[in-house]
Design a protein around this ligand. Structure first.
Ligand code: OSB
Ligand code: MG
Length: 363
């Protein structure tokens, strides 16, 4: 396989409803799609960076620049060699993950192997949770949660921040006593807020996700000692090595795995493996992906140590129209695609309709 060039494509998709987190409100997603062109076929990857550097330091235009100027010249058709070749470029895991995914998709398609088979999927479908944004009022939140449960979602995650934590969590728990429930703070608290976070303990949460800043492993370890609710890290876990370190220090007893955050699917599998070796369960996070990123995430979420439902929701939770055929909930699950590579491709017409800008870079 020889890489002939890469197309970068900026896609704009309105969200079905605004998504508010402790770091901001998303109403439209700008997504960078990467299409690798090789002598034996194409491959697709989705960059999960957001338009602005508010979840992590990466952002769409920065990622496109890094791919074009620094990663593409180093690219190799063998996915492991590509990953190695990208190492001299510091950081930029989302840019690396997008290009790696596109190369991996082309490589797998040329071999007739699916992402699921390649990664080691052990389930034909994965249980779906849903991440519910911060709302203007508790009644509005309860209505949203009720709607998602009626659709069949198997786990609810509530976004929290100081001032929107105990009250909404209590309300959801009282109204839905048996639902699998967890909370995500996106680094909105400090260790001084430990007593306030401990007030979530009575509500039987599966976990509280990333309460403290991403570089505060020691703080999370101290917080974990003070909470009954298990602490789960998202933003902090940027590699398998950091996952092992955070586990050893007692900072995380469950791990959110996002391939974009750790630099690719090969590293994501290593995070899964190192967590499994420590008896730490993992679940698949999300970044409001289109069907391109979702297809690969769903395959990853079918690995054995993904024992909690992920933020792998159906296409309709995010977008009125997806760029691929939509992922749909079946009995609360998403089916793992079975075709070669991602098992899905963007629909040319819809893709063209949503494209804001594109650039082909021959190698
Ligand atoms: O922290 O998990 C997060 C979305 C964008 C950025 C960060 C996060 C999220 C979500 C939504 O929680 C996950 C999804 O449904 O894709
Ligand atoms: Mg999170």
């Amino acid at each position: 396989m020889r890489i002939e060039g890469v197309e970068l494509r900026w896609v704009g998709l309105p969200l079905v409803s605004p998504f508010r987190t402790s770091f901001g409100t998303e109403t439209d997603r700008v997504i960078l799609l990467v299409r690798v062109v090789t002598d034996v076929g194409e491959g697709w990857g989705e960059c999960v960076a957001m338009a602005e550097p508010v979840y992590s330091s990466e952002y769409v235009d920065g990622a496109a620049h890094v791919i074009r100027e620094f990663l593409l010249p180093l690219a190799h058709p063998d996915p492991w060699r590509a990953e190695q070749a990208f190492r001299p470029v510091r950081g930029h895991p989302m840019a690396k993950a997008a290009l790696e995914a596109a190369i991996l998709d082309a490589w797998l398609r040329s071999r007739g192997v699916s992402f699921g088979e390649f990664l080691g999927a052990v389930r034909p479908a994965v249980p779906a949770g849903v991440s519910v944004g911060i709302m203007d009022s508790v009644p509005e939140l309860l209505a949203a949660v009720e709607g998602y449960l009626a659709e069949g979602y198997l786990r609810i995650k509530l976004k929290i921040e100081p001032g929107w934590d105990e009250e909404p969590v209590r309300a959801v728990r009282e109204r839905f006593p048996d639902v699998l429930l967890q909370a995500d703070a996106n680094a909105a608290y400090t260790l001084r807020d430990a007593p306030r976070l401990a007030r979530l303990d009575p509500f039987d949460l599966l976990l509280v996700e990333q309460p403290l800043p991403e570089d505060d492993i020691a703080g999370h370890a101290e917080l974990a000692r003070r909470l009954r609710t298990p602490v789960c890290l998202d933003e902090s876990i940027t590699s398998a090595r950091i996952a092992a370190d955070a586990i050893a220090r007692g900072a995380t007893s469950i791990v959110n795995v996002k391939p974009g955050r750790v630099g690719g699917f090969l590293e994501a599998r290593r995070v899964h493996d190192v967590c499994a070796a420590h008896g730490v369960p993992v679940w698949c996070g999300g970044m409001l992906e289109t069907g391109v990123g979702r297809a690969a995430n769903v395959a990853l979420a079918a690995l054995p140590n993904f024992t909690l439902p992920g933020d792998t929701s159906a296409s309709a939770r995010y977008y009125r129209e997806d760029v691929t055929e939509p992922f749909v909930l079946e009995d609360g699950h998403l089916r793992v695609p079975e075709g070669p590579g991602l098992g899905v491709v963007p629909d040319a017409e819809r893709l063209a309709a949503f494209t804001l800008r594109k650039q082909y870079i021959p190698l």
